[in-house]
Design a protein around this ligand. Structure first.
Ligand SMILES: NC(=O)c1ccc[n+]([C@@H]2O[C@H](COP(=O)([O-])OP(=O)(O)OC[C@H]3O[C@@H](n4cnc5c(N)ncnc54)[C@H](O)[C@@H]3O)[C@@H](O)[C@H]2O)c1
Length: 438
C-alpha cells in the first residue's frame, strides 16, 4: 500500500479531500489543488459550498483569482455530500474544536465529521486530523470510529495521522504554503505517505514525529507557550502601571538581548480560535491523569481578567475628567481579535465592550474589518459607518482595542477628548497629552 501511494502522490493521481472549509481548510484545499491534485472540499454549510463552486472566495488568506481559476479548471470543487469521500485518497479534517459552556472541550465536530468520513472511507486512503485538540484524539477517538464505520483496519487498509495546522491569519510572510509541518501517524508507513503528501503540496519542511499524540501535544505546547508568555507580560504590565513604569519600554529594552528572550505584548486579553482555547483541551485531558496544569491555569486567570482590568483603567481615565463611566460615551477602535483581520472569534474587545455596557457606558465601536458581528454567545454589534473628526470628538473616551493599520490614529489623537490605547498602536504620535497606554 505504501509504495503504491507514494507513486500516486508523485504522479498526482491522488484525489485530495478537505473536510471543513474555514480559515484552515480552504487555504489548504487551494494549496492541494494548486499542487495539481484534484481536490474536493466538504462542509456542512451550504453557503460556503455554493460560494466555492461559484468561484467566490471568503477567506482573507486565499487569493480570489487562485480560487476562481482552480474552480473554473475543475481542479477544486465543494460539496456537503459525504458520499464523495469514496473518491478521495487523502482526507484532511479541519473542523472547529471549541469549548462548551462549561469551558470543556467540544469534540463533537471532530466526532461527527469522522463518523461521516468512516461511512465512505476508501480502502487505501489516508486520513489526517488538522484541528487542534488534546493528545490522544486521533488514536483514542478517531481510530475506533473509522475502523467501526468502514470495516477497514487502520495501518493495513487505511493510514491515519495528525498534522497540526499552524496558519496565522493575516501573516504576510508565513502562509499555509511555506509554514513547516509536523506529522505524527500510526505506524511508519502512515508517517511516510502522509509526510510525502505534505512535501509535494507545501514548501516548508515536514518534520515527522513518532506518534499522533506527540504531534497533538506539540501543537498544544506552541499555543500554551504563547498563552503563558502573554499572561506574564499582562501581569507585569499591571505591576508596572502601579509602579509608574512603562511595560512597553521594558519589553523594548529586553528585546535587545540577542538570545533567550522573545517579546510578547500586553493587551485587552486573548482572542481567536486557538490561544485562549487550546490550553483548556490540555488541562481537561490532564485531569484524567490526576494532573493539575497549574502554571497554565494561572496564566488563563490573568489573561481572562484583562478585559475587566481594561474597563477599570477606563474608569480611572474618565474619573480624572470628573466623569462617571455610567453614561459616558465610549468608542472602541477594533473588535477583531487581532490586527488587520476580520475574525472576531473569542475577541477580547467584545468582552471589553460587554463589560463597558454592564457598567452603564454608552459604547459603540468602529472597525474597518468588522462592519458587524454576531458571535456564538448571542452577542452582536454594528460598526459606526465612518471615523470622521466630528465622530471622534463626540465621545468621552476612545479605546483602542485592535491594532489595525488602516485607521488614521493621528486624526483620532487630534480630535479625541481622551484615549486609552490598549495596544500601544499610537506609540509614534508626538502629542501624548490625551493618550494613556495600557
Ligand atoms: N483559525 C486559525 O487561525 C487556526 C490556526 C491553527 C489551527 N486552527 C485549528 O483548526 C481547526 C479549524 O479552525 P478554523 O479556524 O478553520 O475553523 P472555521 O470555523 O473557520 O472552519 C471550520 C469549518 O468546518 C465546518 N464544519 C463543522 N462541522 C463539520 C462537519 N461535521 N463536516 C464538515 N464540515 C464541518 C464549518 O462549517 C466551518 O466551515 C480548529 O481546531 C482550530 O483550532 C485554527
Amino acid at each position: 500500500m505504501r509504495e503504491g501511494l507514494l507513486k500516486k502522490i508523485e504522479s498526482r493521481e491522488i484525489v485530495a479531500g478537505v473536510v471543513g472549509l474555514g480559515y484552515v481548510g480552504l487555504p489548504l484545499a487551494v494549496e492541494k489543488a494548486k499542487a495539481g491534485f484534484k481536490t474536493i472540499g466538504f462542509d456542512i454549510q451550504s453557503s460556503k459550498v455554493d460560494m466555492i463552486n461559484e468561484g467566490h472566495n471568503y477567506i482573507g488568506d486565499v487569493v480570489d483569482s487562485d480560487l476562481a481559476e482552480l474552480v473554473k479548471r475543475g481542479t477544486l470543487s465543494a460539496t456537503s455530500d459525504f458520499s464523495f469521500i469514496k473518491d478521495v485518497d487523502f482526507v484532511a479534517i479541519c473542523v472547529p474544536t471549541p469549548l462548551d459552556e462549561h469551558q470543556e472541550p467540544d469534540i463533537s465536530y471532530v466526532r461527527d465529521s469522522t463518523i461521516a468520513v468512516s461511512r465512505y472511507l476508501k480502502k487505501g486512503a489516508m486520513v489526517v486530523l488538522e484541528s487542534t485538540t488534546y493528545p490522544g484524539t486521533t488514536e483514542e477517538l478517531m481510530k475506533p470510529i473509522l475502523e467501526e464505520g468502514s470495516g477497514l483496519k487502520c495501518g493495513k487498509d487505511f493510514y491515519l495521522g495528525f498534522s497540526p495546522e499552524r496558519v496565522d491569519p493575516g501573516n504576510l510572510i508565513y502562509k499555509t504554503k511555506n509554514t513547516p509541518k509536523v506529522v505524527g501517524a500510526i505506524g511508519e508507513d502512515a508517517a511516510a505517505v502522509i509526510s510525502a503528501m505534505y512535501r509535494v503540496v507545501l514548501e516548508g519542511d515536514v518534520h515527522t514525529v513518532s506518534s499522533p499524540s506527540v504531534a497533538e501535544m506539540e501543537k498544544i505546547l506552541e499555543n500554551t507557550y504563547r498563552n503563558i508568555n502573554i499572561g506574564l507580560v499582562n501581569e507585569l504590565g499591571r505591576l508596572c502601571y502601579e509602579m509608574g513604569i512603562s511595560i512597553w519600554e521594558v519589553i523594548e529594552a529586553a528585546k535587545t538581548k540577542p538570545y533567550g528572550f522573545q517579546a510578547f505584548y500586553p493587551g485587552p486579553g486573548l482572542g481567536g480560535h486557538c490561544i485562549p482555547l487550546d490550553p483548556y483541551y490540555l488541562t481537561w485531558k490532564a485531569r484524567e491523569y490526576g494532573f493539575h496544569t497549574t502554571l497554565i491555569e494561572n496564566s488563563m486567570v490573568i489573561n481572562d481578567g484583562q478585559p475587566k482590568y481594561c474597563v477599570e483603567r477606563a474608569m480611572h481615565i474618565l474619573n480624572r475628567q470628573k466623569k462617571a463611566i455610567n453614561g459616558s460615551k465610549i468608542l472602541m477602535l477594533g473588535v477583531a481579535y487581532k490586527n488587520d483581520i476580520d475574525d472576531y472569534r473569542e475577541s477580547p474587545a467584545i468582552r471589553v465592550l460587554k463589560e463597558l455596557k454592564k457598567v452603564g457606558a454608552d459604547v459603540q465601536y468602529y472597525d474597518p474589518w468588522v462592519s458587524e458581528f454576531k458571535n456564538m454567545y448571542g452577542e452582536s454589534g454594528k460598526s459606526i459607518a465612518e471615523l470622521t473628526p466630528e465622530a471622534v470628538a463626540e465621545y468621552d473616551l476612545i479605546m483602542v482595542t485592535a491594532a489595525h493599520h488602516n485607521v488614521n490614529y493621528k486624526m483620532v489623537q487630534e480630535n479625541a477628548k481622551a484615549i486609552f490605547d490598549t495596544k500601544n498602536v499610537m506609540i509614534d504620535i508626538k502629542d501624548r497629552s490625551n493618550i494613556e497606554v495600557l
